[in-house]
Design a protein. Structure first.
Length: 341
């Protein structure tokens, strides 16, 4: 084996000079790249930003995205546009965002359905929730509520279960789409209660709510920000909420656990992410903006009125949270038997 010192002695002067030049060139390139990235982050945003929302207007995800977009536009003086791309439980919009340029000008709502559930629910997924995206921040938690129409015969969760057991597979339920949190929550509940329901998917809350309100479809699960206004107005009747304790936003609505299913819980979440390889400096700037927005008093007041629970945090915290949620919902998917091919 040749010793390192001996090998150095055999390098000629020209080799040494060439090595020094090449080293200097590499360092210069790296320094220039680092400087360019820093300048880009300082100038960001220099043009309008797009936030891809995987669901229709009026859904919890859309409501949060529009609030964030309004604040970003006000703070940065650049228009932030919400781009609704619904369908396939969030797959269409998420896959679209994956292929966007990683420059911070296309963001995507990182939601429990598309990022936490779909990796286990879909046999083939056109994106990887971990590898294809850079998490920015979690934004809010949204517990699922079980609702029915105002003219429905169901007034409690127990009455729904009794009817479903009497007519297996004949009671329909609506959802925000195959693979959505509302779909999988009902699949989990059906497995827990030992009932069989018939799934009727829609593209978003607006369509699904209209069918339930009219009595054409008996029940559905949806997030509390989307259902609460209709429950309070009497357009929907709440049967239960999928949390271990009653919500301060609907204190009179009993939990699913109170109906005889202890421990049943389904809490969705809404965050924001960027395509993978987005510069770290830009991601840090976006994270700081999310934390700033969520801590503003008027935003806190607005989110409370909408029944969101804000959860600002670091990029690392959100990345770890997504991984833990994929594992949690993976177990739920396996237990419920739900699967989308």
């Amino acid at each position: 084996m040749v010793k390192f010192d001996a090998s150095i002695e055999r390098i000629t002067r020209s080799d040494k000079e060439g090595y020094v030049i090449r080293t200097w060139q590499i360092c210069a390139v790296l320094a220039a790249a680092s400087c360019a990235a820093g300048v880009a982050a300082q100038e960001f945003p220099a043009r309008p930003i797009r936030i891809v929302v995987q669901f229709t207007p009026g859904t919890s995800t859309d409501i949060m995205a529009r609030l964030i977009a309004q604040k970003m536009t006000s703070h940065w003086g650049q228009q932030v546009i919400v781009d609704n791309r619904p369908g396939a439980g969030g797959v269409i919009g998420t896959a679209l965002a994956k292929n966007a340029s990683p420059d911070g000008y296309t963001l995507v709502m990182a939601v429990s359905s598309a990022f936490g559930i779909n990796p286990s629910l879909y046999a083939k997924l056109p994106y990887d929730a971990i590898k294809d995206f850079a998490p920015i921040s979690n934004l809010g938690l949204t517990p699922q509520t079980l609702v029915t129409g105002p003219s429905s015969a169901f007034r409690t969760t127990k009455e729904l279960v009794a009817a479903a057991k009497g007519k297996p597979g004949e009671v329909n339920f609506a959802s925000l789409g195959a693979g959505s949190t509302s779909h999988l929550t009902m699949a989990m509940f059906s497995a827990t209660a030992g009932i069989k329901l018939n799934h009727v998917p829609f593209k978003g809350s607006g369509e699904a709510h209209a069918q339930v309100m009219a009595g054409r479809i008996p029940v559905m699960f949806d997030a509390i920000p989307a259902t609460r206004p209709h429950i309070l107005s009497g357009k929907l009747r709440g049967l239960g909420i999928a949390t271990t304790k009653r919500s301060p936003f609907l204190p009179d609505l009993p939990t699913i656990a109170e109906a005889g299913y202890p421990g049943f819980e389904a809490v969705g979440w809404i965050g924001i992410a960027a395509p993978a390889k987005t510069p770290t400096a830009i991601l840090d700037k976006l994270n700081a903006e999310m934390v700033r927005i969520l801590n503003e008093p008027d935003v806190k007041e607005r989110l409370a009125a909408l029944a969101f629970t804000p959860v600002p945090g670091s990029r690392a915290e959100f990345a770890a949270f997504i991984e833990s949620e994929i594992a949690k919902w993976g177990k739920a998917v396996a237990a419920s038997g739900a699967r989308v091919d």
